[in-house]
Write a protein that binds this ligand. Structure first.
Ligand code: HXC
Length: 285
């Protein structure tokens, strides 16, 4: 994990804004979430990332910890967000070793391209279970800690110190419908609904719940899995992005820092789409 900070961190952010904060992230070894966490750690946070693969998760945690001298980053593998018990154990360990959970990123996701005609019922269910139920499990398991953090860091609009915030990772497939993505579109619609509901139920406790929706982000597993494979159709796909380029993981990290920072304290129940307006540009059948 050799990263220079300019690859994942905007120069507008100040060192130390997340000192003494702890972020808990599912899917944390993935290409987007690991960079979101890395940027938060760079700015002062400690972190716990969880994932299914033990070796990949532990190795990624070690890599993220190099973002800041003295950073504590816990990597807990063998955690499947579909299994509530394994998630709860990871949350307990995070709180025991790092002291709290102030921020949550529910990022674990599964996806592949398949038309409805070739999608088995089990395949559809697998994605809904990973994305929607996994996000619900993450919210449920971390909720007492998120509420406690919000109580320690009252959301008054004038605090530099923040806490009690959750970000769900979603996608824009369900805004318009997207070919070969019925499973993910249904699953992500559920995530958006979950976040909106959480924002209302827990807003009175000072908690914020928001969604980040990445578009086509370069050098990610999502692009590898879902992007066009041949040069010609990849170029045509890029032309449909109004900004005419892929996004970067840094741009997703920037949105994350904004929502967790003092600057985002009155943003609740929102969806931050970071896709260069890709979803507004019609996709040919
Ligand atoms: C059709 C498929 C398939 C495919 C799997 N299945 N891949 N069907 N086309 N390409 C079917 C299987 O045949 C099976 O159904 C069912 O899905 C479950 O598959 P399993 O392998 O048993 O499940 P599991 O081991 O839990 O694997 C989950 C998975 C897998 C999601 C299917 O691909 C995975 O673990 N992926 C890693 C995580 C991942 O996908 N990350 C990418 C996130 S990208 P049957 O009927 O045979 O039992 C992303 C982009 C966001 O989210 C987009 C932002 C714009």
């Amino acid at each position: 994990m050799a990263f220079s900070s300019s690859e994942y961190l905007s120069s507008v952010w100040k060192d130390g804004i997340f000192d003494n904060k702890v972020v808990f992230c599912t899917g944390g070894a993935g290409s987007i979430c690991s960079v979101q966490v890395r940027a938060l750690v760079h700015l002062g946070a400690n972190a716990c990332i969880v994932g299914r693969n033990v070796e990949k998760t532990e190795r990624m945690a070690q890599g993220i910890a190099t973002a800041r001298k003295g950073a504590k980053v816990l990597g807990i593998g063998a955690v499947d967000v579909r299994k509530y018990d394994s998630l709860e154990r990871a949350v307990d360990r995070c709180v025991k070793e790092l002291g709290a959970i102030d921020f949550v990123i529910a990022g674990a996701a599964g996806n592949f391209l398949a038309p409805i005609s070739r999608l088995s019922s089990n395949a559809f269910r697998a994605i809904v279970e990973i994305d929607t139920i996994g996000s619900y499990n993450t919210l449920k398991a971390t909720l007492p800690h998120i509420i406690a953090s919000a109580a320690r860091n009252p959301n008054t609009g004038t605090n530099a110190s923040t806490g009690g915030r959750i970000i769900f990772l979603s996608a824009a497939f369900h805004y318009t419908g997207a070919p070969l993505q019925a499973h993910a579109a249904a699953a992500k619609a559920g995530i958006d609904a979950l976040s909106a509901t959480a924002s209302i139920e827990f807003g009175p406790r000072g908690v914020t719940s928001n969604v980040i929706t990445p578009g086509p982000i370069a050098d990610t597993e999502g692009m590898d899995r879902l992007g066009s494979k041949d040069k010609e159709s990849a170029a045509a796909a890029l032309k449909r992005v109004p900004l005419q380029r892929h996004g970067t993981v840094k741009e997703i990290a920037d949105g994350t820092i904004y929502l967790f920072s003092d600057a985002g304290s009155y943003v609740n129940g929102e969806v931050l789409v970071i896709d260069g307006a890709r979803w507004r540009s019609p996709m040919p059948i």
